[in-house]
Design a protein around this ligand. Structure first.
Ligand code: PLP
Length: 388
């Protein structure tokens, strides 16, 4: 019988070294030695499998990639120094000049910058389509469209995209379906089951889960990953072997942490929904979320992030944030510590007001990444700040 996700995340480990270590070892070495000149030649020629140099591969980094592949049920992958390096590689490593990307509006801020400020230099163009009207997407597909890129749930709007729909559309038009699965993690949602060809993660967030490292990973179909591996080897966004070790260990506790993140986020969302100072709350597993049924269908739980809106705009959001005593004010998410962010003035400040409103980022919007503290303490801090 195939072992469950929780067990695989802990028990599956590549071969042990001759030291028979129980935990995953770390390999801090920039290069590897050859047995002979001939051996070196064979490794470089690709006639033989083996490690040469840690920009190409490293046993610890490979262990992390293998583990993500196992959890996403993907064929192969590459690990990168950050989530953005993963996003960038997954696009530029495959597309060429004159190609076009269909993008579900509401992508991570830096992804938006890559699409609008960098890719046009190489004449790779994109069209944003609205998450709320998937029926309009097909009409935007052109002969030169090669990829459909999306995030679900989106950051910070927490809008969902029907992955089954996206998978069918991509198959019909022969598009590479590329899904940023950062918010859900493979524990809550596996886009590969719906036909995603590539899945990218910022491992910085829930995969590390403890606010220590920056990292990224792309997994997916073998032939696409081969191209990405060539791109990564020669352009050099390699993940540090130390970070790979940290992240491999993190994966062993992913399910336990996500269960707590999700339970805390849901409880906090329910509390917020009842509070008179809050105009509205959005969380995928609240019945009030416009796509609640889709959330129940494609996600195991609602995730660790919730957003809510103050009718008073920036001034109210700001005074709420400044009155918090325990929660952290930061732009990160997916940490053990509950983090509060004002997207309009931080993570999404580079967008125009019009671009922000198109993805639901109002001046009164506050994002909370529910941490692993006791829910009573989280709610108590939020309550005292709201009551002011
Ligand atoms: C944070 C984030 C990224 C970027 O990852 P880094 O590790 O910060 O480079 C990409 N996509 C989403 C959805 C994110 O939240």
């Amino acid at each position: 019988m195939k072992k469950k996700f929780e067990t695989r995340a802990i028990r599956e480990q590549a071969e042990r070294s001759q030291h028979r270590e129980h935990s995953v070892p770390v390999y801090l070495t920039s290069s590897f030695v050859f047995d002979s000149a001939e051996h070196g030649q064979a490794l470089f020629a690709g006639d033989m499998e083996g490690n040469v140099y840690s920009r190409y591969s490293n046993p610890g980094t490979d262990e992390f990639i293998r583990k993500i592949c196992l959890l996403e049920e993907a064929e192969d992958g590459i690990a990168t120094s950050s989530g953005m390096a993963a996003v960038f590689a997954s696009i530029v490593g495959l597309l060429k000049s004159d190609d076009h990307i269909l993008v579900a509006r509401s992508v991570f801020g830096s992804t938006h910058q890559i699409l609008t400020q960098l890719l046009p230099r190489w004449n790779i163009t994109h069209t944003y389509v609205d998450i709320g009207s998937p029926d309009s997407w097909e009409a935007e597909i052109r002969p030169e469209t090669r990829m459909l890129f999306l995030e679900t749930p989106s950051n910070p709007g927490l809008d969902l995209i029907d992955l089954e729909f996206a998978g069918n559309l991509s198959r019909k038009h022969n598009l590479i379906l590329n899904v940023d699965n950062c918010f859900a993690t493979p524990y809550l949602q596996q886009p590969g089951h719906y036909g995603a060809d590539l899945i990218v993660h910022s491992a910085t967030k829930f995969i590390d889960g403890q606010g220590r490292t920056i990292g990224g990973v792309v997994v997916g179909r073998k032939e696409l990953i081969e191209e990405l591996r060539f791109f990564a080897r020669h352009t050099g966004p390699a993940m540090s072997p130390f970070n790979a070790w940290v992240l491999s260990k993190s994966l062993e506790t992913l399910s336990v942490r996500m269960d707590r993140h999700c339970a805390n986020a849901l409880a906090l969302a329910r509390f917020m929904e009842e509070h008179p100072a809050v105009e509205w709350v959005k969380y995928p597993f609240l019945p009030s979320h416009p796509q609640h049924r889709l959330a129940l269908r494609q996600m195991k739980q609602g995730g660790g992030i919730l957003v809510f809106n103050f009718p008073g705009g920036f001034a109210t959001a700001r005074s709420f944030i400044d009155r918090l005593e325990m929660l952290s004010i930061s732009s990160n998410l997916g940490d053990t510590r509950t983090i509060v962010t004002h997207p309009a003035s931080t993570t999404h400040s580079k967008l125009t007001e019009e671009e922000r409103l198109a993805v639901g980022i109002t001046q009164g919007l506050v994002r909370i990444s529910a941490g692993l503290e006791h829910i009573d303490d989280i709610i108590s801090d939020v309550a005292q700040a709201l009551d002011h």
